[in-house]
Write a protein that binds this ligand. Sequence first.
Ligand SMILES: [Zn+2]
Length: 653
Amino acid sequence: MTTQPANAISGPNPSPTTTALIESGVVSSPESPGRIERDAVKAARAHLIANAANWGIDPNQFQPTISIDGIAGITVVRFGQTINDIEVANSLLAVTVNADGSLLSYTKSISDYFGNTQPELSAAEATSLLKLKLAQHQGISSHQVIVSDLDLVIVDSALVDDVPSGKYLAWRASTSEMNNAASISMTYLSQDGMQVLSSLPFVRGITADPFVCDLQVDMSTPGYALPTGVTADINRNRYVNVSLASQGLPLCGVNTSGLGVPSTDTAKQNIIRTWNYFDSVLGIDINEEQYLGNISQSVNGDLTPRISAFIDVCATDGTYGSCPYGNAFWVPWSSSDCRSGACSGIFLGRDYDHSDDVIAHELAHGVSFALAFNTAMPDSSETAALSEAISDIFGEAMDQLSVAPGEVADPAWKIAEDYQVNGIRNLRQPSVLKIDRAWRVGDSHDNSGPVNRLAFLLANGGTVGTANISALGSNANSVTNNDLCDVVSECQGTVRMSKLVFATVSNLTPTANYFEFGRAMNNACFTLVNARVPGFTATSCKSVQRALIAQGFTSSTIVIAKVPATTKQGRSLVMSSTMKAVNGTNVSGQKLALQMLYRGKWVTKQSKYTNAFGKASFSIRLNSKREYIFRVVTYSQSGLYSTKSNSVKTKVS
Ligand SMILES: [Zn+2]
């Protein structure tokens, strides 16, 4: 018998020994153990002992683990292998006997490990090392790693998947990240605690393919019914009725027509690229149910989350239809089809399958909905403009960072340039450039402009007026001068901008406006600095502030209402102030200070936060017979704001 030292964990497996360790055989003429043994476990054990030499085993190494009764009195008795009382991971000797105890067949999958069975570490030491290693790997803290059921086992790479080849001692445990059920894994740690040998998740559905269906592909099956929410006109065009969203829209699933045609394969590749962007850059799995994955056994054919997409849709609002549909959308709807009670999917018009940034834009709507904007909003609202911008930003960042074969450079960050020449808008020079007095309520796809340009500037750098904005990191020409992020170290600016926008959105309310977005981005930047996220420094946050100011996110006015010219001594003077962003939106939740001019200096007397109407009211008792002068100012918020109101005065008599 060949053996390897217990700590040899690399190198090829030894050549097979004379006794095969993994084999199974069916007995040609069932033999009885001598007398009728009706207890299947005892019968199986008797066969195991009688055939030990023949099967090349040491019978003392095998203990029954489970007995499974099958049809016609057949029973499978499974034995596990231990060597010096240490379990051989995944070992099995299964003996099948019939009703009278005769041997029908056997299967063995065992190890001939022969070596050290004393570990160098205690179980407690192994547990803490395992936590440390997994935490380092996942970029989380070690108390967010849960380790349970830790055992010392014998690993034989012939029996265990995804471990270095050889035969050796190792620690095996069930591991997970706190609050992440999908992370539950079986993990092997080398017996000296130096190396995680393998960690494989139990939940495999998390890597399940999205389903993409072509809505117009014909189903010739007689009696085939259109999915919920789909109607057909006399020309057999199939329409998605968006006005029926509350009653259910179609999900593309395992039995839906139009799966697996070229357009759906292209769309699927672009969904997977988007999935990878969110995972590798932002650390989230958009296939989870809380984002875009639908868990619907009746539609998906399983209980794993799946993204649903339709390509080549016609769309109707219930009255007017558009076919072929020249647009794309994401929509959530209430439905008992999905486990959470809500399903969602993306719907793409003809030829949008290869428009990668549009696909990522629509998927990003599902993400920002889960993060913040989980409420209905008017299309002309600032929230809708933010929502469109965030989808454009993530959509375009994915397109820039994931360079597909044959990709053409897109330095202007155009959206939908793979659908039509010059796309439908771009982030470098949007139709609405910034937030200022000229800004008007309007379409969210135009009013996304100031946010889009902000993101472009943060990723690539640039100037706005006299403001110089540095990029958050390297750009598409930092290594290869071709405007493509085709080298790993390129485009750190886009990576960091993505992280900053994601951290910002994670802190927005469902009805946030531009001003709140700017304030949240400032906070998010300093939070990333404090969390020591690589690439974020106080200096980079200063540049983010310059960009926010230049783009109008912080511009505001504060007005104090007039006060009486005279006030009686000992009375309180009430002062009402209103704060508005430069475009006229009320600024709520902003900390303001009431200041009084005293011996030539402004002295802060009170602080108040503005309410939902942008108002803060101050009341101060005036005790001296003199003239009082007041004003209201913003707190600086790390240097971001410096708004001062008009001053008001009253004479106390
Ligand atoms: Zn959109």
